[in-house]
Design a protein. Structure first.
Length: 249
């Protein structure tokens, strides 16, 4: 009687195709692990860079505020008057609808992207924009926003314009994709560019969709369409725009 031995695992030859498949799978797994580690490292480095930028901007804002206080005290000590520098940034809010608007102010409102009531935009203040604001004064109110107002608007009401679509700014990648070529890669960069009216203010402002604000609670005057200095709400209200915008935000 012939005896048969059961072959062991070492005696069975593994197919060449299976060996190649196992080898390629192991190689792909190693590459994936290395890629994940590299991405994690890059993400950590970018996060540190963003923290450094935010700290630098914060120090810059504090230094500017302290310098303003120092100049005021110095002028007072010498018996002079301190005249602050002319404002470079205004925030414009449309407070009137579409009825009975002349063609020229209507066109200016379209150019400034103020298409709906309670829409707001940041605007660089120069000769051209000052003349445009004079044309549309009966339909808007505007003033000089402070850092708290700018930060609150962008963080709470900020939407990006990407491919003519209104996209929420839920991630810094949205900003970096559109404004990375201008060295604006995060929300703090965007706030800094707007607040300081930097060299790429136009691109940063156009990147932001016009802010859609709410009606303020008990903030409109009884005669809303009179000028602000006449007891109404239209026109330039300088620093008082901050109270209005913060109640509409």
């Amino acid at each position: 009687m012939v005896a048969y031995n059961v072959p062991t695992a070492n005696d069975v030859l593994v197919p060449e195709t299976l060996l190649k498949k196992n080898k390629s799978n192991a190689k792909a797994a190693e590459a994936l692990v290395a890629k994940k580690a590299e991405l994690r490292k890059a993400k950590l480095a970018k996060r540190r860079e963003l923290f450094k930028r935010a700290a630098k901007y914060d120090a810059e804002y504090k230094a500017a505020a302290l310098n303003e206080i120092r100049l005021r005290r110095q002028a007072k000590a010498e018996g002079n008057y301190y005249v602050p520098a002319q404002e470079k940034l205004v925030f414009v809010v449309r407070i009137r609808g579409i009825n009975n608007i002349a063609p020229k102010p209507r066109k200016v409102l379209q150019l400034l992207r103020l298409l709906q009531i309670n829409n707001g935009v940041f605007l660089r203040l120069n000769k051209a924009t000052t003349e445009m604001l004079q044309l549309i004064q009966p339909y808007v109110t505007y003033g000089y926003p402070n850092m708290k107002t700018i930060r609150g608007l962008i963080y709470k009401r900020g939407y990006a314009k990407v491919n003519k679509q209104r996209i929420p700014i839920s991630d810094n990648a949205v900003i970096e994709k559109s404004l990375g070529k201008y060295n604006i890669i995060c929300v703090e960069d965007l706030i800094h560019e707007i607040a300081t009216v930097g060299p790429h203010f136009k691109q940063a402002s156009n990147f932001l969709w016009p802010f859609k604000l709410s009606n303020p609670n008990n903030m409109w005057k009884e005669r809303k369409f009179l000028h602000f200095i006449e007891g109404g709400d239209t026109g330039n209200r300088e620093n008082f725009i901050n109270n209005l915008v913060q109640s509409m935000n």
